[in-house]
Design a protein around this ligand. Sequence first.
Ligand code: PMP
Length: 369
Amino acid sequence: NEFRVNNFGAGPGCVPTEVLLEAQKELLNFQGCGKSIMEVSHRGKEFEGVINETKSNLKKLLSINDDYDVLFLQGGASSLFAGIPMNLCENGVEDTVDFIVTGSWSKQATADGKYFCKVNKVVDMEKEKFLTVTEPSQWKFSEDAKYVHYCDNETIHGIEMPITTPDHLPSNLIKVCDMSSNFLSKPIDVSKFDLIFAGAQKNAGISGITIVIIKKSLLLKTKPNVPSVFNFLKKSQNNSLDNTPPTFNIYITGLILKWIINKGGLGEIEKLNIAKAHALYNYIDGSNGFYRCSIDKIYRSRMNVVFRIQDGNIELEEKFIKEAAKENITDIKGHRSVGGLRVSLYNAITIDQTLILINFMTNFYNNNK
Ligand code: PMP
């Protein structure tokens, strides 16, 4: 589409143009009901159709079996930093939770979680500036943890955990994973987790909806006296409809799931994501240090590529951002806590767009080396 820029933002990230056009097409008159999907009751048949189809398509795409339920919540992924210990730690701050701290988001989970549980950091990579992760054999779990929390993709630092990570966690420990920024970027084995959560605004939708996949046996172990908006069991028993859910957001997630199905599913999506990330990292690594990504190679994120120009030449980095904008390449400034550049290659970014970026980087290198 001629108006649209190449938006490499980290989130809310770009939404596939086809999805926006579909939403536009049925915006005023959803399936002939004479109203938009924003204007119907969450208990009516139109919305019931949307939520049930969205849930069942998500289950199909991720091969989620009947041992799990899917919840659609509000409050952002951040609300789960409190909501999870609230539900799982019946003795509050007397119950220990193990955290694997690999970047800002898992760190934030400990900062918010401490009001509802006792925080044990199994590993804390902050002293290594979150550039790598220590070997799983060195991780020190507590004996009595209620669960372990880790973040599969640290959006700010550009660190992604290997797909084998749950195999390195004690088998008897309940496994909770924040997949906000790599959810739906590849197939995953849901059966290796007890709870997966994701804010939708990267690959799975727009901000305002948080997706939770939770094992039913864990639901039955949740604490009863939790306020209803945070109460996982109550949400599950009411198909996430006990209070008004973010209806339009669930609808957009539904359209995105259909878009992924049309692309051939998560296996095909993953192939594209691998190709995009390889192309960009290979280019960066081959630039004689002009561009540099300092993240340990095995932990480099496919979704968020974090790098510097001339090891932190701020003037040149600012020039890069300005000149990129002239080429319709936008939202590439690194997070304020890290600096430098960050390019996010979410599902909606195409190989062609990645090549447009690499072409721009090549020209910039030739003009400024
Ligand atoms: N976890 C991760 C990995 C994230 O990237 C983010 C947001 N970018 C959050 C948690 C917090 O999500 P929210 O802003 O929806 O609360």
